[in-house]
Ligand binder design. Structure first.
Ligand code: UFG
Length: 337
């Protein structure tokens, strides 16, 4: 069975491809390379021994989606493509709705037209907004606080409606918490354009000497050390969850599952763990809180264990080890090809 993976050349998508190929699945990467580097395809080939099929295409382009699904005989889609910067979603909100919501709709329509029924969708814990209670369970209310989060919520909603339509899809929505780390080979990893928004790639670039110090956004949160707490998960564990989701997506029409470890880690704890893993000093500067940030959130990982039989195997030390291995071997990311 061939799986089409939109956004398959990106950070998370490339790791999913590798796990799928290791599991013996055929894949076709569908990516417009807007936020990914073509070199990633060579790296996937070096890890797996096989070059994945690749189609350069946009998720809003129904015709190219239809021809790709048909030509490759796809039986399922993993939909990872999307825009994901919280800040950009405020300044360029129309672009975010177009790519994340319209793109998901066009993909669903292409699937309906080609009779491909199963979709695993990359959603985000950002759909929950400010938590009423921790850990966050899947039945927590959805109240995203930024346009990015609302695009993910709306994409979930449209997929649920289509799942109950006359031309139904089976939908598994995976709500990612904070994916970090990299494949243990150090051949693929997170390589954001410009200055990273997210904590782990920022720390990595401080450790390699590309940035002078980490700005810690807020040390007056109501947390034990005053810094924000998140549920970091190893991207290879996250990738494995997609295979588990593919295997059970047709057993119930709609599935919404958190992909988290259930463990919260503060900014300063992550900095310490990275310093230990890399042997590098990570200078920090305390800065004001980042607008829109939430003090603390982490997942309930129970449903993922129950319905997917999945749980995270790798801890913070492995996440830092592998993130550093990638950064150390590729100081300038995929430009070091
Ligand atoms: N942080 C810093 N300095 C930085 C970057 C981040 O102190 O340079 C702090 C943040 O304030 C926060 C923590 O590190 O406390 C994690 O921040 P990230 O930007 O790495 O991650 P977020 O939890 O803010 O956001 C991530 C994804 C979003 C997604 C969200 C959903 O980037 O796309 O998780 O859980 F919506």
């Amino acid at each position: 069975m061939t799986v089409m993976i939109t956004g398959g050349a990106g950070f998370i998508g490339s790791h999913i491809c590798v796990e799928l190929m290791h599991a013996g699945r055929q894949v076709v990467i569908y990516d417009n390379f807007a936020n990914s580097h073509p070199e990633v395809i060579n790296r996937i080939r070096r890890i797996t021994g096989t070059a994945p099929d690749v189609v350069k295409g946009d998720v809003r382009d129904v015709n190219t989606l239809i021809s790709t699904l048909s030509a490759h005989g796809c039986s399922a889609v993993i939909h990872v493509a999307g825009l994901k910067s919280v800040a950009d979603s405020v300044s360029k909100s129309a672009e975010y709705y177009d790519c994340n919501v319209v793109g998901t709709l066009r993909l669903a329509q292409a699937m309906q037209q080609t009779g491909v029924r199963n979709i695993v969708f990359s959603s985000s814990a950002t759909v929950y907004g400010e938590p009423d209670v921790l850990p966050l369970r899947e039945d927590h209310k959805l109240a995203p606080v930024c346009p990015y989060g609302r695009t993910k919520m709306q994409a979930e909603e449209l997929l649920i409606d289509i799942a109950h339509s006359l031309s139904p899809l089976n939908v598994a929505m995976l709500r990612y918490f904070n994916p970090v780390g990299s494949h243990e080979s150090g051949l693929i990893g997170e390589d954001p354009n410009g200055v990273p928004n997210n904590l782990m790639p920022y720390i990595s670039r401080v450790a390699i000497g590309r940035l002078p110090a980490l700005n810690v956004y807020g040390n007056d949160y109501p947390t034990p050390d005053g810094t924000g707490i998140r549920d970091y998960g190893h991207v290879v564990d996250l990738a494995a969850a997609h295979i588990a989701a593919l295997d059970c997506v047709d057993k119930q029409r709609v599935l919404k599952v958190n992909l988290g470890t259930g463990q919260g880690t503060s900014v300063l704890e992550l900095v310490d763990a990275f310093a230990r893993a890399s042997g590098k000093m990570i200078p920090v500067t305390f800065a004001p809180r980042r607008p829109g940030d939430i003090a603390s959130y982490y997942a309930s990982a129970e449903l993922a264990a129950d319905v997917l039989g999945w749980h995270a195997k790798r801890g913070i030390a492995e996440m830092c080890r592998d993130a550093w291995n990638w950064q150390r071997k590729n100081p300038n990311g995929y430009l070091d090809q």
